[in-house]
Design a protein. Structure first.
Length: 424
C-alpha cells in the first residue's frame, strides 16, 4: 500500500542526512586540514557530489519504484548476486553502522548535558525506544519523523542565527598552500568523512514501494532535501569554525558542544549538548525506519531469508527491525568512532558507485524504458559522482588500508551469500 507523500519523503531525506556527521566529523578534518577555506571547500564538494548522486538515483527510483534501494537496483540491472551484496552492505553497514555511530554521538552529547548518565547507557536505550516507535504502524512512523525533523530544522536555524551574531569570526579567504592541501590525501580522506555526513540523500528510495506516485515524489524529495542540507552544512560548519579556535576543534567528536561553549558559556554548552542530542533523534529515527525494508525485500526474494519478510498486522517488518537493532547493539560495543565510520563509508561509497554505473548501463541497454524523471545535464551528474567516489576510495585504500580491507571483505561476503541462499 502506497501511503507516503512528498512531505514525509523530504523529512526522511533531511533527517537521514542531518545527523551524526555534521555534529562530529569537523574535528577529524580540522586535524589534517588546518585551513578554514579548505574545510568549507570539502563540505561544498561533498554537497555537489551528493546532489549528483541524488539526481542519478532519482532517475532509477522513478523507473524502478520498488523498496530496497541498491539491493533492488543492482539485482535488476546486473545480477541478484550484486543485489544480495548491496543488501548485506545496507543491513550491516548502510544502516546499522550509521545507527551505531549516531548512538555513540547521542550518548556523548547526552552525557555532557546530563553528566550522571553514562554515554554507554544512553546510546542503546534510545536505539531500543526508536525501534519500538517504528514497530507500531506506518502512520506513527510518518508523524514521528515529520515532528522530529521540524524540531531538528528549528535547532539548526536557531544555532545558525546565534552564530551569525555571536561568533568571533574566522578568516575564510584562501591562503598560500591551500591548493596543495586540496590535492593531498588528507583532503580525499576528509571527503570520505564529509560524504558520510551527506549519506542519506538516497534514503527515500528504500521505501519506494510505500510512496505515492514515486515517479514524481521521489525525485522531488531527493533533490530538494539534498539542496537544503548542502546549504545548511556549509553554513553550520562556517559557524563552528568562527565560534572556536581551530586547535580546540581538532580531534573532537562533540563539535557542537565546543562551539556552543564559546558562544554561550559553560552552562549554554551543556544546554546545547542536550538540544543536539534531541536533534540527533530524527536521524536515528530515519535510519531505524528505512533500514529494515532492505532485509524485508531480500526476504521476499529468497526463501532462505523469508524470516526477514514477515510483517506485523500493521504491515511493519518487525523481525527485520529486530535483527537490525541487534546488529547495532553489537557495533555499539566494538570499535572506535573513526574506524567504524571509515569502514562503513568505504563499503557504502563502493555500492553507490556500482549503482551509478548501473544507471549508465540502463540508459544504454534499455533506452525505451519509461522514465518519469530523467537526470538533468546527463551524463555530467553520474560521472561527477563516480569521479569523486573513486578518488576517495583509492586514497582510503592507500591511507587507511585496514578499514578499506574490512569494507572489501564485507562486499565479498555479500556476493558469497547469494550462492548460499540460492536462486530466487
Amino acid at each position: 500500500m502506497r501511503r507516503v507523500g512528498f512531505r514525509v519523503c523530504s523529512a526522511l531525506v533531511f533527517s537521514s542526512m542531518v545527523g551524526t556527521g555534521v555534529f562530529t566529523s569537523l574535528g577529524f578534518q580540522a586535524a589534517v586540514l588546518p585551513s578554514p577555506f579548505v574545510i568549507l571547500a570539502v563540505w561544498a564538494v561533498g554537497g555537489v557530489v551528493a546532489l549528483c548522486g541524488a539526481l542519478s538515483y532519482a532517475e532509477l527510483a522513478a523507473a524502478l519504484p520498488r523498496s530496497g534501494g541498491e539491493y533492488h537496483f543492482l539485482s535488476r540491472i546486473f545480477h541478484p548476486a550484486f543485489g544480495v551484496m548491496a543488501g548485506v552492505v545496507s543491513v550491516f553497514v548502510g544502516f546499522s553502522a550509521p545507527l551505531a555511530l549516531g548512538g555513540m554521538a547521542f550518548g556523548s552529547y547526552f552525557s555532557r548535558a546530563f553528566p550522571g548518565v553514562p554515554a554507554g547507557v544512553a546510546a542503546p536505550v534510545v536505539i531500543l525506544l526508536l525501534a519500538l516507535v517504528h514497530a507500531v504502524s506506518l502512520g506513527v512512523s510518518g508523524r514521528f519523523q515529520v515532528a522530529a525533523t521540524l524540531f531538528k530544522a528549528s535547532l539548526i536555524a536557531g544555532f545558525l542565527v546565534a552564530g551569525i551574531f555571536l561568533a568571533g569570526g574566522a578568516d575564510f579567504r584562501p591562503a598560500c598552500g591551500d591548493m596543495k592541501l586540496i590535492a593531498s590525501p588528507a583532503f580525499a580522506v576528509s571527503l570520505m568523512f564529509v560524504m558520510y555526513s551527506y549519506s542519506g540523500w538516497n534514503s527515500a528510495v528504500y521505501i519506494a514501494g510505500e510512496v505515492q506516485d514515486p515517479g514524481r515524489v521521489l525525485p522531488a524529495a531527493l533533490t530538494a532535501g539534498t539542496l537544503v542540507v548542502m546549504l545548511l552544512y556549509v553554513g553550520l560548519n562556517a559557524v563552528f569554525l568562527a565560534s572556536a579556535p581551530l586547535s580546540e576543534l581538532q580531534g573532537k567528536i562533540e563539535i557542537g558542544e565546543v562551539a556552543a561553549r564559546h558562544l554561550f558559556g559553560a552552562t549554554g554548552g551543556r544546554l546545547m549538548s542536550g538540544i543536539i542530542a534531541a536533534g540527533l533523534i530524527a536521524a536515528l529515527s530515519a535510519l531505524t525506519w528505512a533500514g529494515p525494508r532492505v532485509a524485508q525485500v531480500a526476504g521476499e526474494d529468497f526463501r532462505e531469508l523469508s524470516w526477514f519478510a514477515r510483517k506485523s498486522r500493521a504491515g511493519i517488518p518487525v523481525q527485520a527491525m529486530a535483527f537490525q537493532t541487534a546488529v547495532v547493539m553489537v557495533l555499539l560495543s566494538s570499535g572506535s568512532f573513526e574506524s567504524v565510520l571509515l569502514y562503513a563509508q568505504f563499503a557504502l561509497v563502493a555500492c553507490s558507485c556500482l549503482t551509478i554505473v548501473g544507471m549508465l548501463v540502463m540508459r544504454w541497454r534499455e533506452p525505451e524504458l519509461p522514465r518519469p524523471f530523467s537526470c538533468p545535464l546527463f551524463p555530467l551528474p553520474p560521472l561527477t559522482f563516480l569521479a569523486a567516489g573513486l578518488f576517495s576510495l583509492a586514497y582510503t585504500v592507500a591511507v587507511r588500508p585496514f578499514q578499506a580491507g574490512a569494507g572489501i571483505l564485507t562486499l565479498a561476503a555479500g556476493v558469497c551469500l547469494y550462492f548460499v541462499v540460492g536462486k530466487k
